[in-house]
Ligand binder design. Structure first.
Ligand code: GLN
Length: 193
């Protein structure tokens, strides 16, 4: 089965996802209009500025398009993308897509440590992932049916709900493609179900 992954390219760190996907031999395309989702079997919402991405999504009519796309296609949200996938966000300027039942807190790690790297523990692989956190959000009020997929210092940093995954660090900045690969294997599972 061939998967074509759409990468939402309205603002932020979308380009490097294309590289991670091509390393895995997976075709991708940059998405700038809702109609372009039709050619895709999965979607990545990248990191960036969630307030800006939210505004642009409203302007271009992405909310209804992504919500209905997500009913039967997998979505991966990274950092700002995680914020957009939440049920609730602590900043009213961001309208969430409500794809996973949790509350996102913007800039959770505060001014003190805007950006840092850390080895996070993955629940699906025995080797830790050297993760880059860039003004990362926090995951709060997680509903019990949501799976915890990675954690760092007792904080949940990656979650899964059915076909969707959201994480607070940037997996596309590493040569290590295990996170994308894991999501793609879940995508394939969903497609064959
Ligand atoms: N701090 C950003 C926000 O709240 C997210 C940062 C990122 O995506 N790296 O939107």
């Amino acid at each position: 089965m061939t998967i074509t992954v759409g990468v939402l390219a309205l603002q932020g760190a979308y380009q490097k996802h294309v590289k991670s996907l091509s390393r895995l031999g997976v075709e991708s395309r940059l998405i700038r209009k809702p109609g372009e989702l039709q050619a895709c079997s999965a979607l990545i919402i990248p990191g960036g500025e969630s307030t800006t991405i939210s505004l642009l999504m409203q302007e271009y009519g992405f909310y209804p398009a992504i919500k209905s796309f997500a009913e039967n296609h997998p979505v991966l949200g990274v950092c700002a993308g995680l914020i957009l996938m939440a049920d609730e966000v602590d900043d009213k300027r961001v309208t969430p897509l409500k794809l996973i039942a949790f509350k996102a807190r913007r800039n959770f790690y505060g001014r003190q440590v805007h950006s840092f790297t850390a080895d996070v523990t993955l629940n699906f692989d025995h080797r830790p992932f050297h993760a880059q956190f860039i003004r990362a959000p926090g995951i709060e009020e997680l509903s019990p049916e949501v799976e915890v997929l990675a954690s760092h210092n007792d904080e949940v940093v990656m979650i899964g709900a059915g076909k969707h995954i959201a994480l607070s660090f940037h997996p596309e900045l590493n040569d290590d493609t295990r996170i994308h690969n894991y999501w793609l294997s879940r995508c394939k599972q969903t497609a064959s179900n």
